[in-house]
Design a protein around this ligand. Sequence first.
Ligand code: PRP
Length: 180
Amino acid sequence: MDIVKRVLIAEEEIQERVRELGAQISKDYEGKELLLLCILKGGLMFLADLCRHITVPVAIDFIGISSYGHATRSSGVVRITKDLEQSIEGKHVLIIEDIIDSGLTLSYLMNNLAIRKPASLKICTLLDKQVNREVDIPVDYVGFTVPNEFLVGYGLDYCELYRNIPYIFVLDPKYYTHDM
Ligand code: PRP
């Protein structure tokens, strides 16, 4: 595809790391039930692969949050587009995210969820763009720390397209005009 500047993380690398994270999470939550809370839409691929490597009993729910619209940079405006379907009170909740960038989305979400009194609330992100962080976020599980480039694939979109690509690539700069 000519939109691919270069492949950043190959499919096999992603799958290997997801297996490792699944094993670690299974160990950490041994003897407990876990609610995986997937942030739509980007977290979907990661959730689907990760949950199959977790051996403790798992429930799944989704929350829709949008901070970007069609821009390539976080606006800081966070909007719940779809709320959870169940109460999280007394539950061990693990948030599943594709990427943390400024941290604004998760900062908002963590505050919003903490009020609902979960037994525990942790974060698992496949990608961490640490260099862009604007607010401090306690991230418990990280797949890969990534550079400040426009990343697409494996859940991450460019204008809502290419979430289905099984690897993560850097978008060719000729396809966007916004500053990173
Ligand atoms: C992306 C990503 C995170 C958020 C991270 O979602 O999935 O939720 O941005 O950015 P931040 O740390 O700067 O807040 P996006 O709003 O693009 O929605 P999508 O997952 O539906 O593509």
